[in-house]
Ligand binder design. Structure first.
Ligand code: THU
Length: 133
């Protein structure tokens, strides 16, 4: 991926984190997903008074893209305080569509701190459709 595209993805994730609905945790997360078509999709975390109904930013972005008709992805940027790695549930959802996804983890508090990691490294033993007999 060229540097412009990468910067665009990172800026979109940062912007999405500003839209977080996180009145309970106050932990604002933004995600930006790059589809193989070249289209970009944003997502943010959406919490609920019934805590378990919370949707993470990463899954919001994936669901948004799938709703738009895109199912093949190249990279995702995730902006959060500290630049955390995605939760296990989101890793599994990413794997469904993009086992080779590249992730950029962005520390929302430090403009220059971006870590690149592969989904394969974060989810070494996924549950796959071929595991079902
Ligand atoms: N959260 C995300 O959106 N993505 C992550 O990678 C980690 C956690 C959200 C869920 C909840 O709204 C808040 O962060 C605290 O867990």
């Amino acid at each position: 991926m060229d540097d412009n595209r990468r910067d665009q993805l990172i800026a979109m994730a940062r912007a999405a984190s500003q839209q977080a609905y996180a009145p309970y945790s106050k932990f604002q997360v933004g995600a930006a997903l790059l589809g193989k078509s070249g289209s970009l999709y944003a997502g943010t975390n959406v919490e609920n008074a019934s805590y378990g109904l919370t949707n993470c930013a990463e899954r919001t972005a994936v669901f948004c893209a799938v709703t738009a008709g895109e199912r093949d992805f190249e990279a995702m940027a995730i902006a959060s305080p500290g630049g955390v790695a995605p939760c296990g549930a989101c890793r599994q959802v990413m794997y469904e569509f993009a086992p080779n996804l590249v992730l950029f983890l962005i520390d929302a508090n430090q403009s220059d701190r971006v870590t690149e990691v592969s989904l394969a490294a974060l989810l070494p033993d996924p549950f796959t459709s071929s595991d079902k007999t």
